[in-house]
Design a protein around this ligand. Sequence first.
Ligand SMILES: Nc1ncnc2c1ncn2[C@@H]1O[C@H](COP(=O)(O)OP(=O)(O)OP(=O)(O)O)[C@@H](O)[C@H]1O
Length: 321
Amino acid sequence: MTDPVPPPSGELALDVRDLRMRYGTKDVLTGVSFTARRGEVVALLGPNGAGKTTTIEILEGFRMRSAGEVTVLGQDPARGDEAWRARLGVVLQSWRDHGRWRVRDLLGYLARFYAPYSTAEVPRPWDVDELIGVVGLAEHADAKILKLSGGQRRRLDVAIGIVGRPELVFLDEPTAGFDPHARREFHDLVHRLADFENTTVLLTTHDLDEAEKLADRILVLDEGTIVADGSAEQLARELTTQAEVRWTADGRRQVHAVAEGDPTDFVRRLLAGDPGVTDLEVRRASLEDTYMALVHRAETAGPGQQDLDGQVTEQTEEVQS
Ligand SMILES: Nc1ncnc2c1ncn2[C@@H]1O[C@H](COP(=O)(O)OP(=O)(O)OP(=O)(O)O)[C@@H](O)[C@H]1O
């Protein structure tokens, strides 16, 4: 392994503009736009049903879009040929079973398909034993796949996805079911792919903490559009200016989001207006709170109305605890 390869500046691995997808009469994507540079790790985050899998299936060329412009490694995925496909790696949420194969045999078999697409810059495929070591399956190289644990199976899924040494990898919820140790190792692997192989990674996750640890950029997809796009630092800086004031009045727990500035003014007004307030609590929103608030706002305000600059509007709600 040599020094990290810096991404060629300005070179886009992904360019998505106004992507739309309709299933029957249901609009699932209503204008998704984003880019990813080579070597960038991008996390696509969003609640269940937001359209994450749909988006990556379109980018992989597995699903025809309804409208919009999409360029993946310089090609429209709807017209991608075998040579283009060989430059992509795909890790789906679940693979059809290859249970009777042994780990090394299956990877060796799949690896051969990539050999014709080897170039001077990108020698393909990956050496199978090296790859097995990289994904942490060395002790299981001769194991039958049906004997692997869930976490080991997922590592194999990742190995299958990258055996052709792809320039761009799509990972759909790659760490679902991982224990913390396996998760940490997987994060190291993704960093290694990006830093040493200059691989672009687009991954979907429900886990904000994972997105924060892994991604150079986080995209939040909700209600068919990108409602936030930035680094974890940007999201934290630009979105967590919000503070939350919680209190109890008339036996009911209340929460009020203060969008900007000092929450003291609000507290002063609150106490002046209602001397019966108890259990007063003021805290800055965490990135996770902000994500939840962002998604909640997108769902109540309708699509296309939120972005990083759109701050949380002040509102008071009754809460459970
Ligand atoms: N083939 C299909 N036909 C009709 N509707 C579909 C189809 N595939 C997905 N959908 C719908 O599109 C919406 C988005 O689904 P998608 O799987 O892309 O979301 P997601 O963000 O990946 O969700 P999750 O986090 O649960 O995996 C959902 O409402 C889903 O029911």
